[in-house]
Write a new protein. Structure first.
Length: 368
């Protein structure tokens, strides 16, 4: 694997994202899932909490206990949604904050991480409940007048069998799962980060398998946007240390990212540490090479890129990192539609804790 690839979520190693669980939970519940640590190549994201991605690739999801509704009742998240982004209240970091009122690190972690909106991942492939779980997130966001960020992460052969392996058993099952996912979007504005690492990381697939995946991804974008015309769907562009822009643009074109019927643009840096300036330049190069309608834009994961990537290429909970720009839909930068926290800061890649689980030590280091 290439250490320069983007790390996503592993089904036990996720990257800073919130995931929605299904098994063993009420069908209408959705919550953030843990993320895990990537391997030495591009990683895909998984939804059970927040997958862990770094410079490499995969992610994973981890099951967590559900806080009682009463514990959440009455909570205000005034600082949780800059620029109208939605912050799902049921996350590992919020659970830690609630459970540790006397911890000296609590105020920093709460104000700088827990109170900021993050993506909600759906990576556990439970077709029977995915519609209800997506609807739980989108309807809660709509009730607050906020915009949720959701991450479908169930493409077959996800992460090429790496830490984030899993997903649907085949493309037919995946297409049906996307139909169910789309049925939960509702009619409000929603940002969809479609299948991290699914395009940048395809070297393990045969030509026919790649063609099949790209056809399903193009279909997925069309289905999602047809179900909710206000949905903004973004496709995987990896990150600036992965594929050259022209190469990535060609792969994106094959996956439908240049069509306004399926795409609003691309996303970069999911679970990685590359500086926003580098990702901005890269995203613009990819979009220029991609072509397509002039309205295509890019979103950048800024959850852990405040100090840039480690010089030694370390990807597993590297020291000296910092949270980046706060999540927002108003970047003020031409062509960049949003800065998002797809990977939730503090969810371990697997070195400061079990992959995908929340590490207050790491969260505090990133936030202070």
């Amino acid at each position: 694997m290439v250490a320069a690839a983007s790390a996503v979520v592993a089904i036990a190693t996720v990257t800073g994202m919130v995931a929605a669980l299904g098994e063993g939970r009420a069908s209408d519940e959705a919550r953030p899932l843990p993320s895990g640590g990537p391997s030495f190549r591009p990683l895909p994201a998984v939804p059970t909490s927040s997958p862990s991605r770094a410079t490499p690739s995969p992610s994973a999801s981890v099951r967590r206990s559900t806080p009682s509704p009463s514990a959440r009742a009455g909570r205000t998240r005034a600082a949780a949604a800059p620029a109208r982004l939605y912050g799902h209240p049921d996350s590992q970091v919020q659970e830690w904050v609630d459970a540790h009122p006397g911890d000296a690190r609590r105020e920093v972690i709460e104000s700088r991480i827990a109170d900021r909106p993050a993506a909600v991942w759906f990576a556990d492939f439970t077709p029977s409940s995915v519609t209800a779980r997506v609807r739980a997130v989108t309807s809660a966001a709509a009730a607050e007048g906020r915009v949720p960020v959701v991450v479908p992460y169930a493409v077959p052969q996800r992460d090429c069998g790496g830490a984030s392996e899993g997903g649907a058993p085949d493309l037919a099952a995946y297409d049906a799962w996307i139909d169910d996912f789309a049925a939960g979007l509702g009619s409000g504005e929603v940002v969809v980060v479609l299948e991290p690492d699914s395009i940048a990381q395809t070297d393990c697939l045969t030509a026919d398998q790649r063609d099949g995946r790209f056809a399903s991804l193009a279909r997925a974008g069309r289905v999602l946007k047809a179900a909710d015309p206000r949905a903004r769907v973004y496709y995987d562009a990896g990150h600036s240390d992965w594929n050259p822009a022209a190469r990535q643009a060609e792969l994106l074109r094959q996956a439908g990212a240049a069509s306004s019927a399926s795409s609003d643009g691309v996303f970069t840096n999911v679970s990685n540490f590359n500086r926003t300036s580098d990702e901005t330049a890269y995203a613009r190069s990819v979009l220029s090479a991609l072509g397509g309608p002039p309205g295509l834009g890019a979103v950048i994961d800024t959850s852990r890129n405040g100090n840039g990537a480690p010089a030694d290429g370390e990807w597993c909970d590297p020291s000296g990192r910092s949270i980046g720009q706060a999540p927002t839909l108003a970047t003020g930068v031409a062509g960049i539609d949003a800065y998002l926290w797809v990977k939730l800061p503090g969810e371990s890649d697997g070195c400061k804790g079990s992959p995908g689980t929340f590490s207050p030590e790491y969260a505090y280091e990133l936030a202070r």
